[in-house]
Design a protein around this ligand. Structure first.
Ligand SMILES: Nc1ncnc2c1ncn2[C@@H]1O[C@H](COP(=O)(O)OP(=O)(O)OP(=O)(O)O)[C@@H](O)[C@H]1O
Length: 584
């Protein structure tokens, strides 16, 4: 119940729908029990006493009651649905908002497929319970109470006989629930794996195709698909086995009661109409009892879903604005690291150790080092994607923690190895960081990124809608749109993280001009594997295992007898070999 209590803030604001639905549920249940009573009166008082002039008024009354029941059922269902739909609408909104603001640390351990299924399948399961499950439990309690009340009124011994047979039915329902619950849980898990499979192969379609692994992906999918099928068949088997058993037991109850009841009628202690009414009443309680396993199952599934939703809702947003955070329109772009160390959550070792450097506004800082040496981590501390374990990261002389995240990040532009393009227009993609940018600003940014020409050659120009992740554009074109996006933001600090490594040498040469344009007047951090991209940097920091092992300009470092010189020589010789190869 703890889960439902914690989630109360999402569904309780809509309690009026729930209450109205429950009131109508009372009415529907009461009317349901009136049927057999009318039947009994018709048989015993009208038919057996030959009072046939009562038939018409009774029929009309019956009709009226049916009409009332129809209207009541409509309100009960509709209001129940409104209760569920509105609650999860609110919940989905909060969940999505939460996901936007959760720190990177959260995403490091999260799986896309899993998060997607929480936001869709788990929310739906919860809604289903709010809309129908709740009502089903209340209906069962109401129906059992009222029905047994009426049954007692008609015949105490017959009611006791019914009660004796019920535990057998409850026992089978219990066994059924024990068997079917884990089976359902396995179906959910299997479905999650199936989803992850589909999501991964669609997201990684480039890798799949380029390595000709379509067959492998197919086989992998088939395994999950088969598992999902088998688990469904297994569950169907349980249903198929238990349902006839439950039905048999139910029917056995009815036959036993009819025999006993028939005996009472012959004896004269029960009227025929009362037996018929009794028979109908038993029918009313049998179905909800057989359904009980399903209802309990729904309850436990929605509880499990609620827990999965709470995991997101209660996740800590530890990187947030402090009170009265500093929120300047524009930064100058001075960056300073003072003895900064970083440890990622759950990691034993430091990823950055005692990093100190200064970057003046407008300077170009090169970051080099082997993969995993900590280059990207340094840039992620400037934007406060992660927080330093010790030391200080300062921007314009202030700790990054003092800034509002919006002001800080709004002044820092990123061009990544493969920048993400949304499936919307080119225009919207360029203006993504500055939605209020005018068309002139967008075109100007595209021109400076050397993208204007190819954009205008496309059929819809700036209104061309891109496929998912920019499908339909070449690597160089995508990168130029990403550069235009960074120019449009007009940031004071720019981070080029392996921005040219995804494109070939020729394209790199072509976009170098655009890169120089975007760097002008901004403090720029360039992460590059090719030393040739760092020649013009004002300072180069050479990293090894999270420490700065060398620093200086290109000219200083190529004679520094260190890692930089060694890498330079290897790359320089490579270049020479390539050139010689081309000449030969
Ligand atoms: N989110 C994370 N969680 C845990 N460890 C991480 C995370 N990101 C990076 N690391 C670890 O921190 C170290 C530095 O990684 P970083 O990405 O900064 O290196 P890099 O020099 O940019 O590498 P590359 O050139 O491959 O991009 C690595 O050992 C890496 O495994």
């Amino acid at each position: 119940m703890q889960t439902f209590k914690k989630l109360k803030q999402y569904y309780w604001p809509y309690k009026k729908f729930f209450i109205i639905s429950t009131v109508f549920l009372f009415l529907v249940t009461a009317i349901t029990v009136i049927y057999p009573i009318i039947l009994q009166l018709t048989i015993d008082n009208v038919v057996l006493n030959q009072q046939y002039d009562w038939i018409v008024p009774l029929t009309l009354a019956f009709f009226g009651i049916m009409l009332v029941k129809a209207v009541a059922t409509f309100f009960q269902q509709y209001m129940g649905d409104l209760f569920g739909i509105n609650s999860v609408y609110k919940m989905r909104k909060v969940l999505y908002g939460k996901l936007q603001f959760l720190p990177f640390r959260y995403y490091d351990n999260a799986k896309t497929g899993d998060l997607m299924s929480r936001l869709t399948a788990d929310v739906e399961t919860f809604r289903f319970f709010l809309s129908f499950g709740f009502a089903e439990i209340i209906r069962l309690i109401l129906l059992l109470t009222v029905t047994f009340g009426v049954m007692f009124y008609y015949s105490v011994p017959l009611t006791f006989a019914t009660m004796i047979s019920l535990p057998f039915l409850f026992f089978v329902v219990y066994k059924f629930d024990r068997a079917v619950h884990p089976a359902f849980r396995n179906i959910r898990r299997s479905f999650g794996r199936l989803n992850t499979n589909v999501q991964e192969s669609i997201s990684g379609i480039n890798t799949v195709k380029s390595l000709s692994r379509e067959e492998f992906q197919n086989q992998k999918f088939n395994i999950s698909n088969e598992d999902y099928k088998d688990r469904n068949i297994f569950t169907s088997n349980i249903w198929a086995k238990y349902f006839p058993l439950m039905e048999f037991l139910g029917n056995f109850c009815v036959i036993a009661l009819l025999s006993l009841g028939g005996y009472f009628v012959i004896q004269g202690s029960l009227k025929p109409g009362e037996l018929v009414a009794f028979y109908s009443l038993v029918g009313y309680i049998l179905w909800p009892i057989m359904n009980l396993g399903f209802t309990i199952n729904q309850f436990s599934q929605s509880k499990a879903s609620g827990e999965r939703l709470l995991e997101i809702l209660e996740a800590k947003e530890d990187i947030t604005d402090k009170e009265h955070a500093y929120s300047p329109e524009r930064l100058e772009g001075r960056v300073e690291f003072k003895h900064v160390s970083l440890r990622y959550a759950g990691e034993d070792n430091l990823s950055l150790t005692d990093i100190s450097f200064e970057a003046e506004p407008g300077e170009i800082i090169g970051l080099v080092g082997a993969t995993g040496s900590g280059k990207t981590s340094i840039t992620q501390l400037i934007t406060r994607f992660y927080e330093a374990e010790s030391g200080e990261v300062l921007v314009d002389g202030r700790n990054v923690k003092d800034y509002s995240l919006k002001a800080l990040r709004g002044n820092i532009g990123f061009v990544l190895q493969e920048s993400f393009l949304f499936s919307s227009t080119i225009k919207a993609n360029i203006a993504y960081g500055r939605p209020d940018a005018s068309m002139e600003d967008i075109i100007d940014a595209a021109k400076r990124a050397d993208a204007h020409e190819f954009i205008t050659q496309m059929p819809d120009g700036y209104d061309t809608v891109l496929g998912e992740r920019g499908l339909g554009l070449s690597g160089g074109q995508k990168q130029r749109i990403a550069i235009a996006r960074a120019i449009c933001l007009d940031p004071s600090i720019l981070i080029l993280d392996d921005a040219t490594s995804a494109v070939d040498m020729e394209t790199e040469f072509k976009i170098q001009g655009a890169m120089r344009e975007v760097m002008r007047g901004r403090t720029t951090f360039i992460i590059a594997h090719r030393i040739s991209s760092l020649k013009h940097a004002d300072k180069i920091l050479v990293l090894e295992n999270g420490r700065i092992v060398e620093r200086g300009t290109h000219e200083e470092l190529i004679h520094g007898n260190g890692l930089y010189e060694r890498v330079y020589k290897i790359q320089f010789q490579d270049q020479k070999a390539i050139l010689q190869g081309q000449r030969g």
